[in-house]
Design a protein around this ligand. Structure first.
Ligand code: SF4
Length: 448
């Protein structure tokens, strides 16, 4: 046990990036609680601050550097403060020396593969009064049984794979998260059983590409088999998964989503670009025709499905005609929602070295056009739920108005309604009475 002068040590974890990182932060918090720290309400109260970083975009990295500068000032006023830097930024080869040069006051630098070592690294930094850098370049397998401090509520994330083998040409993830590794079905099911017993009802299976789950194991389950096994766990009422790679979304998986009652009718299926030329340059491994055919299959097998996606504009070489293909695909599929991004160079990726980078003003005009189109479709899709009675799982008081409650449909949409906090965790039928771009409004059905 690591004990401070007052006997009560507090931590704060600051997370940047995606849901994988959010979930890693739950593990970081779990590891720190395992050595006696408790969560700090405010940054000023923390004895240890961990930045769990993202390097997918340079803007995220710059935010971290800015924050490190401010934390350096905080540490001057509170010399006992321990600062740790982890996550994807630390995994980049050049980062260790950069931190050493510019941020000597950071006590511990660790990576995405060795979160479990954090207690030892903190102890070493304290004992030796020096900066400790320990970043495993690869995973050395999957480390199981790292404790997690999950957010309270009804939803929980469970990692099923780590890393990625796809090497999309714009993406840094395979370089910092390593080759794809699947957890064993036994360890995943055991974690889901525990979550079901603890009252978590809505489980999201996480990985960079969940659809290729099990391909690195011999004779084990594939992703459809895994969904089926998770579907059998008592206490769990809803199962979701992300992210799916279209190329690996096989017919067996479409059938499993259609057949398994707990698997929700919501699929996040990034398509990135609607032009075959750009898809090829991105190394995405599918064509627009393949993607549209897959969407048709999913829609006919799962009639009320909500589809969401990621779309990138301004990839090197993207012409007006390529962008028109993207707009056309958006119109054809009618996504319920989309995360839209402007392509920005990411040092260390093949796309950063490509000629024909698209000028900033063209990228900006294209994304505005895309957002306008998608917003109209999202509103229309949300409006189509008006008057319907939908099965909703109550998640707790609304984040924006504590007098109201928030619930979620099986399709992943938030429904705000007037109810009571005792309803948290209950499945309730709600009639949809209003809609906006971000959520639906609903009401309880009158008691009979
Ligand atoms: S599938 Fe492509 S975009 Fe997704 S993490 Fe892997 S390399 Fe990156």
């Amino acid at each position: 046990m690591y004990q401070g002068d007052n006997g009560e040590l507090k931590y704060q974890v600051i997370t940047f990036g995606c849901q994988m990182n959010e979930h890693d932060s739950e593990h970081i918090a779990g590891v720190l609680e395992g050595i006696g720290y408790t969560s700090a309400d405010h940054q000023d109260d923390a004895d240890i601050i961990v930045l769990n970083t993202c390097c997918v975009r340079e803007t995220a990295e710059n935010k971290v550097f800015g924050l490190l500068g401010r934390l350096g000032k905080q540490k001057k006023q509170k010399p006992g403060l321990i600062l740790c830097l982890g996550g994807c930024m630390s995994q980049q080869e050049h980062m260790g020396s950069r931190i050493k040069e510019r941020f000597r006051y950071v006590d511990v630098v660790f990576g995405t593969h060795n979160i479990h070592q954090l207690p030892d690294l903190i102890e070493q930094a304290k004992a030796e009064r020096r900066q400790v850098i320990e970043v495993w370049p690869d995973s050395r397998g999957v480390v199981e049984d790292v404790p997690a401090r999950r957010q309270q509520g009804v939803r929980a994330w469970v990692s099923i794979t780590y890393g990625c083998n796809n090497y999309c040409t714009y993406c840094i993830v395979p370089y910092v998260r390593g080759r794809e590794r699947s957890r064993t079905p036994e360890s995943i099911i055991s974690e889901v059983i525990t979550l079901g017993r603890e009252g978590y009802k809505d489980i999201t299976l996480l990985g960079q590409n969940v659809n290729s789950y099990g391909k690195d194991q011999t004779g084990g389950m594939d992703f459809a088999d895994l969904l089926s096994a998770v579907n059998d766990v008592d206490g769990v009422e809803r199962i979701r998964f992300m992210t799916s790679h279209p190329r690996d979304f096989c017919d067996k998986l479409v059938g499993a989503v259609a057949k398994l009652p707990k698997v929700c009718e919501h699929i996040h299926l990034p398509f990135q670009a609607g032009s075959n030329n750009i898809l090829r340059l991105m190394n995405r491994g599918y064509t627009r025709e393949y993607y549209l055919e897959l969407v048709d299959k999913i829609k006919s097998a799962v009639p009320d499905v909500a589809l969401t996606t990621d779309i990138m504009v301004g990839f090197p070489g993207e012409t007006d005609a390529d962008f028109a293909d993207t707009m056309d695909l958006v119109q054809r599929v009618e996504f319920d929602n989309a995360f839209t991004f402007i392509y920005n160079k990411r040092q260390g990726t093949p796309a950063a070295r490509m000629d024909d980078q698209v000028p900033a003003e063209i990228k900006s005009a294209r994304i505005q056009e895309l957002i306008k189109l998608q917003s109209g479709i999202t509103l229309r899709r949300n409006g189509a739920d008006m008057g319907k009675v939908l099965e909703c799982l109550v998640e707790g008081p609304s984040r924006t108005n504590k007098d109201l409650m928030g619930a979620r449909t099986r399709t992943g949409k938030i429904v705000i309604y007037r109810g009571a906090s005792e309803q948290t965790g209950m499945p309730l039928p709600l009639r949809i009475t209003g809609y906006s771009l971000t959520h639906l409004n609903g009401e309880l059905l009158p008691e009979k």
